[in-house]
Each structure stands twice: as structure tokens, then as C-alpha cells.
Design a protein around this ligand. Structure first.
Ligand SMILES: CC(C)(COP(=O)(O)OP(=O)(O)OC[C@H]1O[C@@H](n2cnc3c(N)ncnc32)[C@H](O)[C@@H]1OP(=O)(O)O)[C@@H](O)C(=O)NCCC(=O)NCCS
Length: 189
């Protein structure tokens, strides 16, 4: 198993893997592959800490993080606004959650995580789960942060994603606060 930086040439494989790894409750799963490629291009161009786990030339897992994860998503959304609307019309369950997010951004007192750097996505091929690959990706991510003198990072996970919560808690994350359907976790390394 090799862990190496995620490069532009990996993006198509990551898009295909992303669609297999995450379930249909994740909005980005509904993007077509070419739009998902653009989504990952935006994330990759703005975020420094992105790695893949490779075995026999096959990408089995990925982790994406950095200081600009939300900015990269916002930029992608702005540049693809009509496509996003069309996806919502085809999958109307996302319209309500978008409205809730907009209202809570405007009206709710926004809790800020103490961590400035965010792990945005981690995913491992379902056929390779529980073999330690997620843990190896996380170790690489943390080693690179430490090399850059970064000692705290955070992430958001949905509270119905019990597998990921178990994974993060096993890896030493602490719950910081809850916002809408998300739990904010933080870890000191
Ligand atoms: C979360 C995820 C990345 C974990 O990857 P993984 O390679 O399976 O994890 P590891 O094998 O390193 O697991 C380490 C520990 O985490 C916990 N864990 C991982 N997956 C778990 C699951 N499905 N149920 C319960 N505990 C789990 C276990 O304690 C495990 O140790 P153990 O197998 O010795 O008991 C993977 O399940 C995944 O891709 N999930 C879908 C995408 C996702 O939800 N990502 C997180 C939100 S961004």
C-alpha cells in the first residue's frame, strides 16, 4: 500500500470512487462525473493536504483537507449555479436542507471551531473497509500537518453517519459542538 499526494490525474478515479463510497444522502453524489471532476479540481487547487491510498495501481482511498475547504466548495457552487439548481430540482429533498443552511447562516449564532484547518473528506473503497486504510490515510495527513507545525485540526460529520463517528472517536477526536445535522470534531496532534 502506497500513500502519496493526490494529483490532478487522479481526479477522475476519485470522482468514481466518491460516488461508490458515499450514499445518496450526500448532494455531491448526484453530480455527473464531469461536474464531480470540477468539484474535486476546485478542492484540490485550494487545499494542500490531499492524499490517496494506492494498491496495485488502484486508488482505494482518499483524504482531502486544508484551510480553504469551504471556500473551494463555495467557488464551485458559484461557478456551477445553474447545474446545482437542476440537481436540486431532480433531487428535491436537498432544497429543504439548502434553505435551512441559508437561514442558519443568516440568523443562527455561528459557532466557530477552534481549529482553522479542516479535514473535508475521507473515503475508502467499500471492498477495502476495516483494513486500516482510513487510519493510514489519517496518519499521513497528520504527519504532514506536524511537518508544517500544525497541531490542531477539525472536521464535520453528520450525526447519522455512525460508522464515521466511531472511526473518528477511535482516532482520538473530541466533539466540539453540534450544528444542524452536523457534529464538529476537533483533534490535537
Ligand atoms: C470512515 C471510513 C473512512 C473508515 O475507513 P476504514 O479504512 O474502514 O477504517 P479503518 O479500517 O482504519 O478503521 C479504524 C477503526 O475505526 C472504527 N471503524 C471504522 N469503520 C467502522 C465501521 N463501519 N463501524 C464501526 N467502527 C468502524 C473501528 O474502531 C476501526 O478499528 P477496528 O476495525 O480495529 O475495530 C470508511 O468507513 C468510509 O469511507 N466511510 C464512507 C465515507 C465516510 O463516511 N467518510 C467520513 C465522512 S467525510
Amino acid at each position: 500500500m502506497q500513500i502519496r499526494p493526490l494529483i490532478n490525474n487522479d481526479i477522475e478515479s476519485i470522482s468514481l470512487l466518491h460516488k461508490r463510497v458515499f450514499d445518496s444522502s450526500y448532494f455531491s453524489i448526484h453530480f455527473n462525473i464531469s461536474r464531480l471532476n470540477k468539484y474535486f479540481e476546485s478542492l484540490l487547487s485550494a487545499n494542500k493536504y490531499c492524499y490517496v491510498a494506492v494498491e496495485d495501481k488502484k486508488i482505494l482511498g482518499y483524504v482531502i483537507g486544508g484551510y480553504q475547504t469551504q471556500k473551494a466548495v463555495d467557488n464551485f457552487m458559484k461557478s456551477n449555479i445553474w447545474y446545482i439548481f437542476s440537481c436540486m430540482l431532480i433531487n428535491p429533498k436537498f432544497i429543504l436542507s439548502a434553505i435551512v443552511k441559508i437561514f442558519s447562516r443568516i440568523f443562527a449564532k455561528k459557532q466557530q471551531s477552534k481549529a482553522k484547518l479542516r479535514l473535508f473528506l475521507i473515503g475508502v473503497d467499500q471492498n477495502a473497509n476495516r483494513k486500516g486504510i482510513g487510519g493510514i490515510l489519517l496518519n499521513k495527513f497528520e504527519d504532514e500537518l506536524l511537518d508544517n507545525d500544525i497541531h490542531t485540526y477539525g472536521l464535520y460529520v453528520r450525526f447519522n453517519n455512525s460508522h464515521a463517528m466511531k472511526f473518528y472517536e477511535k482516532k482520538g477526536f473530541q466533539q466540539e459542538f453540534v450544528r444542524n445535522d452536523l457534529i464538529c470534531y476537533i483533534k490535537s496532534i
